[in-house]
Design a protein around this ligand. Structure first.
Ligand code: ATP
Ligand code: MG
Length: 714
């Protein structure tokens, strides 16, 4: 190499620590970076690419960087642009294959690229019918994921029954039947002249393997390969990578075995861990310095991974050493029930925002998508904008839309005397839902959880109506005094769907732990941390349980500074508090944490109130008492008269605006106002649940009520 390193290259090296620099300086030949979260793996490979280009080792067009998600690829392109090498291709395996196959299709397929199967649903249903099966939405999704697993693992229908068993799969039907559906799916697809996403990778690999001209052209074009998140590579992607390389070894892979979270879909960290065996000359670099997170967050991540037991990933020790200045300790909060947890998390997010953290730098992460509904509602109630990543909005999910249609139909001929919740359960039973334990299996469980969340909404709605009177909750005029029924509940659901639908560009991210991989935020809440959710109930084998631990590790290590971990002891208010904190968290709880802080934690949330007075311990009787957590005889600091005035003002605003009352202000915010008696705008914005939007909308009204001016409603 030229002894005189040009300037841009020097600048690139200057932004790296010595180990990262070793990886960058090994510009040719096989390199493996094996390192924990936040140690700069993605940063190192983008710098390595830029360095190779700036020193003339590689032409930008000869480099191909691949990763696993479109977003990660986009992020990589952004970083490459900043380093002055924006023309280098950073793609997902799929988009790289698509581009190549489109080009070679006339040569290898005798015509243009066939149409792609975007979703397997329709073909899987037809394949089921060909096998004399009735395939409902749940079975369809579970069968499609078996087909995807098999194809990603390079397993054809004939070998499926044998290998599915060995791999510890839990197929939705007996393996031989799944294999017949899989075979029928392949046949139907072929007859229709279509390719699915797995075919795209396989056909590209085969085209290179079997057509010498194609191989020569591809290999002349691409000479240097980089793969990020290599711990999650599956056999199909690995085969394509090998076809690209064609025996060459200019490959740089980076990964963290502790972040393997796609084993269920066929991925395996073995390729990463065995890299040296395949490439004995490989430079292997280990990074330890964690540049992302505070030592407090790093300490927790280390302790979490110290507990890892099974599998090869568990045997690799990658300790992180925090490089940032100290920050706040991670918090551990236990709540009485899920709505209380969601409300407290939403108000925590609102506090962070008021304290200066941009909403886009905050994330709420959960294990299953069904958990998002409580957080969508709670954030909407706090007036905090949010975005969903890799999760469908609750009210847009197929099962919730189906349930909505049935509930609306049922509401047209209500049954008198039947409690709301029972009516809702009866309607949902026609969708095959029943209370009790969630079924095993991915899609079936997701669907069950979504519908359970709907029943939970009905329970909350009925409970809140009992406390407050239906006119306040539904905004429906003239409904006061009547017990709430299906019609009011349907109105409530429609209002929630509208309130939660506000599109936002800048907001708190709501994402599943899977979708959060590779990303980082200043402040992160990981929620719902109970056994049965994390680890998920259907994680049976030791290896499956360990994958769940790794998911928590991914979640914890997304936080730069603030990390809040929380869980709830019951699903709904008033239910038996039978849940337990996640087994992964149990050994990490600070000693001072009381055995049960549900009363305290729940105090921030709606619906999480203890049913006794916080002052004298007497049983609480009215909705207002429960909201205040005090009986009328123990008014405490809160001005009970003012609180009542605020509540009636809130119900008239809610019905004017046709929104649920909690969208105006939650009970917790009203309590805070009645306690603090704010005298001006500055006092008001200091209270929880009052951001700029609420201030604009309601500030004048509230101040008029507090300072005893004329009531805004006359
Ligand atoms: P993950 O395993 O979560 O994908 P990673 O190892 O890919 O993490 P990066 O995202 O590359 O880590 O880096 C984490 C953060 O640390 C980024 O904000 C990055 O810019 C910063 N960082 C990495 N290395 C350095 C360094 N040498 N000096 C300063 N900041 C760094
Ligand atoms: Mg990364």
């Amino acid at each position: 190499m030229d002894a005189r390193v040009p300037d841009p290259a020097e600048r690139i090296l200057a932004g790296l620590d010595p180990q990262q620099r070793d990886a960058v300086l090994a510009v040719r030949g096989p390199v493996c970076i094996l390192a924990g979260a936040g140690t700069g793996k993605t940063r190192t490979i983008t710098h390595r690419i830029a360095y190779a280009v700036h020193t003339g080792v590689a032409a930008p067009s000869q480099l191909l960087a691949v990763t696993f998600t479109t977003r990660a690829a986009g992020e990589m392109r952004g970083r490459l642009r900043q380093l002055g090498v924006g023309t280098v291709q950073a793609r997902t395996f799929h988009s790289a294959a698509l581009r190549q196959l489109r080009y070679f299709a006339p040569q290898v397929l005798g015509g243009p690229l066939p149409a792609l199967v975007e979703h397997k649903a329709r073909l899987v249903t037809q394949a089921g019918a060909a096998c004399r099966l009735t395939v409902d939405a749940t079975l369809r999704r579970d069968l499609a994921s078996e087909v995807e697993w098999a194809k990603s693992s390079l397993i054809g229908p004939d070998r499926y029954p044998d290998l599915a068993g060995k791999a510890g799969r839990r197929p939705p039907l007996d393996p031989a039947t799944v294999a017949s559906v899989y075979a029928a799916y392949e046949q139907l697809k072929q007859q229709a002249g279509l390719l699915d996403f797995e075919d795209l990778l396989l056909v590209t690999a085969v085209a290179i393997e079997e057509h010498r001209q194609v191989a020569e052209e591809v290999r002349a074009r691409y000479r240097h390969f980089v793969v990020d998140e290599y711990q999650d590579v599956n056999p199909l992607q690995q085969r394509l990578l090998r076809a690209w390389l064609g025996g060459r070894d200019d490959l740089c892979v980076v990964g963290d075995p502790h972040q393997t979270i796609y084993s269920f879909a066929g991925a395996s960290p073995e390729h990463l861990l065995d890299f040296r065996r395949h490439y004995p000359a490989a430079v292997v670099v280990r990074l330890e310095r964690d540049y992302r997170s505070t030592p407090q967050v790093v300490g927790l991540a280390n302790r979490l991974i110290d507990g890892a037991q099974a599998g090869r990933a568990g045997t690799v020790r990658l300790r992180l050493v925090g490089q940032r200045p100290p920050g706040p300790e991670p918090t551990f909060e236990e709540y009485a029930d899920e709505p209380a947890e969601a409300a407290a998390v939403a108000s925590r997010c609102a506090r962070w925002i008021r304290a200066g953290t941009p909403a886009a730098e905050i994330a709420v992460l959960f294990r299953v998508n069904a958990q998002s509904e409580s957080y969508e509602a709670a954030l909407a109630a706090e007036g905090v904008p949010y975005l969903l990543r890799g999760v469908e909005r609750f009210f847009e999910r197929a099962e919730i839309r189906e349930a909505g249609v049935l509930l609306r139909a049922a509401a047209r001929s209500p049954q008198s005397g039947v409690p709301l919740v029972e009516e809702v359960i009866a309607v949902l039973s026609s969708l095959g839902w029943s209370p009790g334990a969630a079924p095993a299996g991915g899609a079936a469980r997701e669907r069950w959880e979504s519908l359970a969340a709907l029943v939970q909404l009905a329970e909350e709605f009925a409970g809140a109506a009992e406390q407050a009177g239906p006119a306040e909750l539904s905004g429906a005029e003239g409904a006061g005094g009547q017990p709430v029924g299906l019609a009011e509940f349907v109105v409530e659901l429609e209002q929630r769907a509208v309130a939660q639908h506000a599109p936002t560009v800048q907001g708190v991210t709501l994402a599943s732990l899977h979708a959060a991989k590779g990303l980082e935020w200043d402040a992160v809440c990981v929620v719902g941390l109970v056994d049965g959710t994390l680890p998920i109930q259907h994680a049976n084998t030791e290896e499956q349980v360990e994958e769940e631990r790794r998911l928590l590790y991914v979640g914890v290590t997304r936080a730069r500074e603030h990390l809040a971990l929380s869980w709830a002891l019951s699903r709904v208010p008033g239910a038996r508090r039978s849940r337990r904190v996640s087994r992964f968290l149990q050994p990490l709880l600070p000693v001072r944490h009381p055995a049960s802080a549900a009363g305290r934690g729940g105090s921030a949330g709606r619906g999480g109130s203890p049913a006794v007075c916080a002052g004298c311990g007497a049983r609480l009787r009215t909705g207002a008492e429960r909201a205040l957590r005090r009986c009328a005889e123990c008014p405490g600091e809160v001005d009970l008269g003012l609180f009542e005035q605020l509540r009636s003002w809130r119900s008239s605003r809610a019905s004017e605006q046709k929104v649920p009352a909690y969208v105006v202000f939650t009970d917790a915010t009203l309590v805070a106002i009645a306690e603090a008696r704010p005298q001006d705008v500055a006092d008001l914005v200091r209270l929880p649940g009052i951001g700029q939007r609420k201030l604009d909308l309601y500030g004048a009204d509230v101040l008029a009520l507090v300072t005893g001016g004329s009531s805004p409603d006359g």
